[in-house]
Design a protein around this ligand. Structure first.
Ligand SMILES: CCCCCCCC/C=C/CC(=O)SCCNC(=O)CCNC(=O)[C@H](O)C(C)(C)COP(=O)(O)OP(=O)(O)OC[C@H]1O[C@@H](n2cnc3c(N)ncnc32)[C@H](O)[C@@H]1OP(=O)(O)O
Length: 280
């Protein structure tokens, strides 16, 4: 009997379990042999992060923490985009309350992923601009397919990314490289990202990327999970504390900025360009 909308289905043979719902924009699949969970974003066409995707990501991260998985691999169901970042349509011509909700849920996903004690890795199987890069850099390890782009392009959009949003990025890149990239709003190709240290490995297919992520998580097999998790969190504690201090003000600042006529105009033009690109 189905007693909740959470269906636990046996999927793809006997070695993995798919935990999913018909309505969710994410799926969680746990490999029975390794105990590693793969969290897949599935909001066509580009996994743009609307409130629902952000809520589903949080629910999936909690589910993975609660089902005692050994680690989390974040990836995308789409062939050329990991995530296009925040859903700009949801932020355009809307009310301040909606903008507050969007930003609050983005913060919630980031802290859930950045602050989990589980080993985390991103199998970046497509472009990862802005919020896509945020999710990837919240993870501990990144493997990316060739010929895609990753980066925080906010400066190019005339937007200042807050410090917490940059912190995963600044954790992995030398300060000088991070400062230049952020002030330029630079998008790195896969090769450039690898050379700079923004991604750890390159994989020729999504399957290989997931395997490499699993190997990274497997490298902790002989390490006490409590000691591992607490050590990770000590490294991240300063950024997390700083974020907790400013999170409410950050929501107010974002809502004020994103609802301003100037930024709404930038969003309108940006959306127009995205739509026209599809017609060319
Ligand atoms: C712009 C001002 C924002 C102000 C708010 C401040 C926010 C500060 C912090 C920000 C975090 C963010 O995440 S902001 C989002 C930034 N994201 C981007 O700049 C990425 C934009 N998208 C792309 O560059 C490309 O779409 C892609 C490289 C991700 C994929 O390219 P591809 O060629 O495969 O696909 P298309 O470009 O044809 O797109 C397909 C389809 O998706 C729609 N789309 C794409 N990105 C978004 C998005 N972020 N939000 C909503 N919709 C998006 C695009 O319009 C196409 O739609 P149609 O098929 O209907 O034309």
């Amino acid at each position: 009997m189905l007693h909740s909308n959470l269906l636990r289905l046996v999927a793809r043979g006997s070695s993995s379990r798919l935990m999913s719902t018909a309505t969710k924009l994410t799926t969680v699949e746990v490999n029975d042999e390794t105990g590693i969970a793969t969290l897949t974003m599935n909001r066509p066409p580009v996994n743009s992060q609307n409130v629902q995707l952000l809520l589903d990501l949080q629910a999936s991260i909690s589910e993975i923490e609660n089902n005692k998985s050994r680690g989390l691999i974040l990836t995308s169901a789409h062939s050329n985009v990991f995530s296009a970042g925040l859903d700009i349509f949801e932020m355009y011509n809307t009310d301040v309350e909606r903008l507050r909700t969007v930003w609050t849920e983005l913060q919630n996903v980031w802290i859930a992923l950045y602050g989990t004690s589980l080993p985390t890795a991103a199998a970046i199987n497509g472009h990862a601009p802005a919020g896509g890069c945020l999710l990837a850099t919240a993870c501990e390890y990144r493997v990316m397919r060739p010929n895609f782009l990753i980066g925080l392009n906010e400066a190019q959009l005339g937007i200042i990314a807050p410090k917490w949003l940059m912190s995963g990025f600044t954790n992995v890149l030398p300060k000088r490289v991070a400062e230049r990239a952020l002030t330029q709003g630079r998008m790195f190709t896969t090769q450039e990202a690898f050379e700079a240290g923004l991604v750890d490995e390159i994989a020729s297919s999504k399957e290989e990327a997931v395997e490499k992520c699993a190997a990274f998580i497997g490298s902790f097999a002989k390490v006490n999970p409590l000691a591992r998790g607490l050590t990770k969190l000590q490294f991240r504690a300063d950024n997390i504390k700083e974020f907790e201090k400013i999170r409410e003000k950050d929501v107010a600042d974002f809502a004020a900025l994103a609802s301003s006529p100037e930024v709404q105009k930038v969003m309108g033009t940006y959306l127009e360009n995205l739509k026209n690109k599809g017609k060319k």
